[in-house]
Design a binder for this molecule. Structure first.
Ligand code: ADP
Ligand code: MG
Length: 139
């Protein structure tokens, strides 16, 4: 089933000029980038986006990291896009990520792990709507 998911290229990757390399791996996995913009997240945006993690010990550090530089927010479309994106991203901790995944190739640490991807179709819809209006998504 064709679906959409939400993706972020995180500050550690934009800082190292890896936007194109990350997106080549996403496109190579069959995902289409149907919306995209480069932004610098505000503290409030990052806190709200990662609100589910606000009780976790790493929350403050994560928000500081996500606001430390520009990110690229994007919408990916394809067959089983949510799961496919999670597969090509690899495990949260790059030490546990499989060969051939984005995090194995590029992540610096469990925090600075280069990419975000929605974990369910329900959260994908919420996350897409947080950053994009319908007219900005062009399939
Ligand atoms: P994922 O991004 O794989 O869905 P989570 O939703 O669990 O992972 O965590 C969100 C983000 O928080 C991670 O991508 C990573 O940047 C950061 N993070 C997760 N666990 C830790 C940790 N133990 N220490 C520092 N940062 C973490
Ligand atoms: Mg997550």
């Amino acid at each position: 089933m064709t679906e959409q998911t939400f993706s972020i290229i995180k500050p550690d990757a934009t800082r190292r000029n890896l936007t194109g390399s990350v997106n080549a791996m996403l496109e190579g996995a069959g995902l289409r980038i149907v919306a995209q913009k480069r932004i610098h997240m505000s503290q409030a945006q990052a806190e709200s986006f990662y609100g589910v993690h606000k009780e976790r010990p790493f929350f403050g550090s994560l928000v500081a990291f996500m606001t430390s530089g520009p990110v690229v927010v994007q919408v990916l479309e394809g067959e089983n896009a949510v799961l496919k994106n999670r597969e090509v991203m690899g495990a949260t901790n790059p030490e546990q990520a499989d060969e051939g995944t984005i995090r194995k190739a590029f992540a610096e640490s469990i925090e600075a792990n280069s990419v975000h991807g929605s974990d369910s179709p329900e959260n994908a819809a919420i996350e897409i709507a947080y950053f994009f209006s319908g007219t900005e998504i062009v399939g």
